[in-house]
Design a protein. Sequence first.
Length: 354
Amino acid sequence: MGFYYEKVLRPILFRLEPEKAHDLGVTALDYLGRMTGLCRLMERFNQVSRARPIELFGLRFPNAVGLAAGMDKDAQFWRATAALGFGHVEIGTVTRHRQPGNDRPRVFRIPEHGALINRMGFNNDGCEAVAKRLRATRRSRKNYIPVGVNIGKSRIVPLEQAVGDYLESFNVLVDFADYVSINVSSPNTPGLRELQGRESLNTLLGELSRLNRSRARKLGHRPTPLLLKISPDLDFRQIDEVLGVVAEQGIDGIIATNTTVARPAGLARFNEAGGLSGCPLHARSVEVVNYISLATGGKLPIIGSGGIDSPATAGAMVDAGAHLIQIYTGFVYRGPFFAKQLARALAPRHGDWV
Ligand SMILES: Cc1cc2nc3c(=O)[nH]c(=O)nc-3n(C[C@H](O)[C@H](O)[C@H](O)COP(=O)(O)O)c2cc1C
């Protein structure tokens, strides 16, 4: 299947401007997601499930491979991702206010490096619209894969008011999310990554954790797992600070990593502004995952993301300490059934698969 995608479909798609190709893919997945019967059938065929699912922060994941944030920004096609074999999907980034994102063009392919540069800037329908979409499908989601929701800061909100902005999105979305990931690492919202600094992060995560716990107490259920998504551009000292805050505020896990503003050797000429993803990011993401895993004695759940484009690179991420993985750019380059291929390849590492 991957062969036909790469030889036939990808060359056609890659003739289109990258975001047009993306929109076409989203439309196709949206249609697929509406065909519940077909999705169920495809799921049976494509889901590589374990006899015992992977249990992490109180959730059950049928396999280790998730769709990273940014592809299904507005919760349009989560059901189709299950049909393609993904073990979880992360919606978003969603912001409090609906926003158009940056001007186009804002996604650039670098096929010779299996990479993308994007400066989308959190284009999304806003938390109310996304919550409405998730609410409508909540009941039918019960037997599906976990759906995480990634939240970020609205562009119109000044950095000093970021906490309130995150809290409002959280409040609106949390009831419809299996987990919430807090995005402080996208390079395309001015100032956002400053929220990774010790004090700002402590305030942000502290307030979100408090709200999460008090809501859960009132409603009589357990708090929703909170994850933090970090940048690959933090140095090890900054990562130590982040881990200190994560421990202090009882955050359930880390997603490492988002895209990088660095341009590794050989890529200096690709100077479009934005975050680089795909193969050139892989080594750094693995290094960050490995560092976090060692620093936390393997006890903090880690979702590894960055340049996974083959079973070998997925294996390297798991060997570095990732409990789950997420893909984005690999999905663009390798095609719709890449998740299934990776889930199959990772199966023996986890034992007892069916
Ligand atoms: C076009 C594009 C849009 C993205 N949008 C988001 C986003 O909205 N929120 C987010 O947390 N990450 C976003 N990401 C980052 C991915 O979720 C992922 O962490 C990163 O690309 C590294 O994985 P990859 O190399 O498999 O793509 C985006 C990535 C791309 C390529």
